[in-house]
Design a protein. Structure first.
Length: 173
């Protein structure tokens, strides 16, 4: 019986480009749409994602600290340094008004306790989580998923094309 060799279905074809991945660094926020993927690696910092399905937009903030030490809005470029500044800045960057808040899905990760071995434990992660909970509650936003606390670092990822999220532990820091 003769052997027939068929070409592979994609032989010589260029694979489709990978979606652009935007790493959101500490103290920053990024808005995405289309096939953008937003991601952040977190320890005691808190990553806050907001998905707006109707508008097909996502925003991700990587917050270092809980509450801003002032009552004035954050300076441009530092909107995500503090949780208390980040969430209002995220809502503005999405163009969401108060009547839109019920459509928004909040995803949160991070807030680990990484400094437990020092003589005076720093409660950065706990404070960040408390500020997140307080701010979300005050604004009436809905948290659909969270991976908060613990003693391991984690990653949060928002896929803006599929409007999905992923949070996972990445091991002890």
């Amino acid at each position: 019986m003769p052997i027939i060799v068929l070409p592979a279905p994609f032989a010589g074809a260029v694979p489709p480009p990978a979606p652009p991945v935007r790493h959101v660094w500490a103290g920053a926020l990024a808005v995405g749409c289309g096939n953008t993927v937003l991601t952040a690696l977190l320890g005691s910092c808190v990553g806050i994602g907001i998905i707006w399905r109707r508008k097909k937009r996502c925003v991700l903030a990587h917050c270092l600290l809980a509450d801003a030490p002032y009552d004035n809005p954050a300076e441009p470029g530092a909107e995500a340094r503090y949780v208390s500044d980040a969430i209002p800045a995220m809502l503005r960057s999405l163009g969401a008004r108060e009547e839109d808040y019920r459509e928004l899905e909040v995803v949160a990760a991070g807030g680990a306790s990484l400094f437990t071995g020092v003589p005076f434990p720093l409660k950065v992660g706990e404070r960040n989580i408390a500020a997140l909970e307080r701010t979300v509650r005050a604004l009436g936003l809905r948290v659909v998923h969270q991976l908060l606390g613990g003693s391991e670092g984690c990653r949060i990822t928002l896929n803006c094309a599929s409007l999905t999220y992923d949070t996972r532990h990445i091991g002890t820091v």
